[in-house]
Structure formats: structure tokens, C-alpha cells
Design a protein around this ligand. Structure first.
Ligand SMILES: [Zn+2]
Length: 295
């Protein structure tokens, strides 16, 4: 009995030492543990079929810092490394297609160089797309509506429909341009068309979704991210040419969603306490003649 008692005391002592030891390392989490925390803080169930997966690195590595962004482009990766972040949470693909399928890229020089950089710095990239949209309210829309300052105009919780004081499409576009610096708006329809009702379609949901919104009686102006020029653009153009009160403003994909990832960083900071979480802005992916950099 005495021996058992001694063993018990030793065990308790050992486990209390272990507890103390583990409390010292509080704050160090693996990438997998951080993603598990993200899952716990969403109010949607995690789908088995999803693009929200690790795209590079070892998920069991300890995380030194988290960088949140729309795209893990080379500049974002360099900034993440400069700021000691080895976990990068992105909304969109890293390797140029929706599923980040790299089979056809194995000999591609751009892919190989990017991969070399990712490996050299042990960067862990996790895509956070489906579930950031699926949680209620949709995290991307929350960030965007806040940035646009449209909360008071919101008609319902869907965050798809908004009512404004009557104005022209041209005037509205100028105000929108001021809010989305770096975006180059493309406007289809009559700039003098007067309207009050707006539908918002962030990202690139496809022409079927755009046309559904535009066909609805409510929508006069569609504010959308990215669309195929030969689909939604032509539909709005025809509607306008047929004398219907329909117009569309395309902001580009990144400007239409980026504030939603800025909000993602803010959201992550509410439960990732001891590891730095930073937001890295992508801005526009291209330049135009109007904003050609001066030599
Ligand atoms: Zn999106």
C-alpha cells in the first residue's frame, strides 16, 4: 500500500509539473489548432467537400504569426515572412485554379519559383473561402457592407439588397469609386439612369447568379465584383438597350471582397490571443493607362 501511495504522490507531482510545463507554453499553437479554433468560432457546420484546406506547409508546425489576405501572391508572401508570419489565411486560390490543382503546373516556372519560396520559408497556406461565406452573417459581406457604409441602406439580413435616395448611376459610381480606392469601376448601362434599388454580388458568383439578381423586380443597379464580359455584361447591355431600368457596376474581384478578409483578421483576433494576427492588403492586381506609374 505504501508503495502504491508513493507512486500516486509521484504521479500527482509529475502531472502537476506537466501542467506547469504546458502552462508555460500557452500561446503556441499549431496551424491545425488555429484552424480548429476558427471552425469552433463559426456558426456553420464544416463541409467535407470544400476548398477550405491546407495548400502548403506542415499544419503541425507551431505558428509564429498569422497573416490574413485575399490572395497569397508573391508580395503577400514576402510581407508575411518580413513580419514573421508563417501561417497565411487566404480567401482565394494560391495556384491559379479553384481547386489549387497543381498537376499541370509541375514544370511551370512561375509555380516552381513560388513553391520554392514557400518551402524555403516553411509557409503554411490555408484557404478560407467556403465557410467564411457560409457562416451567418457571411463574413465577406459583413466586412464589405461596413467598408461601403451601406448598413443603414440594407433591406434585410441577406445583405444582398439596398435602398438609396434617388440618384443617377454616374453619381453613385463616383461615390463608390472614392470608397474603393485602387478599383477601376466598369459601368454598363445609362449613366443618367435614376434609381433607388441596388443588389450586391461580391466576388465571382457567375452570370446565372448575376442575371437572377438583375431579373428580380427589385434590382435596378447591380454592384458586382467580377463577371464574364460575354455573359453578364451583355445581358445588362441588352436590358438597357431594350429600355429597361437596369445597370451594373463591376468593381473587380479583389475590391469587392477584400474588406471581408480585413474583417476576418479582426474576427480571428477575438480568439487567437497570444499569436500576432495581421491583415495584408492585396490592392488591385493590375494597372491601367490612367494610373501608369511615372518613370
Ligand atoms: Zn468570396
Amino acid at each position: 500500500m505504501k508503495l502504491i501511495g508513493a507512486c500516486l504522490i509521484l504521479l500527482i507531482f509529475a502531472s502537476s509539473r506537466q501542467l506547469r510545463a504546458s502552462s508555460v507554453v500557452t500561446g503556441t499553437l499549431t496551424a491545425r489548432q488555429i484552424v480548429a479554433q476558427m471552425q469552433q468560432n463559426l456558426n456553420c457546420t464544416w463541409s467535407q467537400e470544400t476548398v477550405d484546406t491546407f495548400k502548403s506547409g506542415n499544419p503541425d508546425d507551431m505558428v509564429t504569426g498569422v497573416a490574413v489576405s485575399m490572395f497569397a501572391n508573391m508580395e503577400t508572401l514576402r510581407q508575411a515572412v518580413a513580419q514573421n508570419c508563417n501561417l497565411i489565411i487566404v480567401h482565394e486560390p494560391t495556384f491559379y485554379n479553384h481547386l489549387d490543382n497543381t498537376d499541370k503546373l509541375e514544370d511551370n516556372p512561375v509555380y516552381l519559383k513560388k513553391l520554392e519560396y514557400i518551402k524555403k520559408h516553411n509557409l503554411i497556406i490555408f484557404r478560407f473561402h467556403d465557410h467564411w461565406h457560409k457562416t451567418v452573417p457571411d463574413g465577406i459581406y459583413v466586412g464589405m457592407v461596413d467598408k461601403l457604409g451601406w448598413k443603414a441602406n440594407q433591406l434585410d439580413k441577406s445583405m444582398l439588397f439596398f435602398k438609396f435616395d434617388e440618384q443617377t448611376v454616374g453619381g453613385f459610381a463616383q461615390k463608390l469609386q472614392a470608397k474603393l480606392k485602387g478599383s477601376q469601376l466598369r459601368i454598363v448601362g445609362d449613366p443618367l439612369m435614376r434609381f433607388t434599388n441596388v443588389a450586391l454580388a461580391v466576388g465571382a458568383p457567375g452570370s446565372e447568379s448575376h442575371i437572377n439578381l438583375l431579373t428580380g423586380e427589385f434590382t435596378e443597379l447591380l454592384v458586382a465584383g467580377e463577371a464574364q464580359e460575354w455573359e453578364t455584361y451583355q445581358y445588362v447591355l441588352d436590358a438597357s438597350m431594350l429600355g429597361m431600368k437596369k445597370a451594373a457596376i463591376f468593381t473587380g474581384h479583389i475590391p469587392s471582397e477584400e474588406a471581408g478578409m480585413e474583417y476576418c483578421a479582426t474576427w480571428m483576433k477575438t480568439f487567437v490571443k497570444d499569436i500576432p494576427v495581421i491583415y495584408l492588403e492585396n490592392g488591385s492586381a493590375y494597372w491601367s493607362v490612367q494610373n501608369t506609374p511615372k518613370p
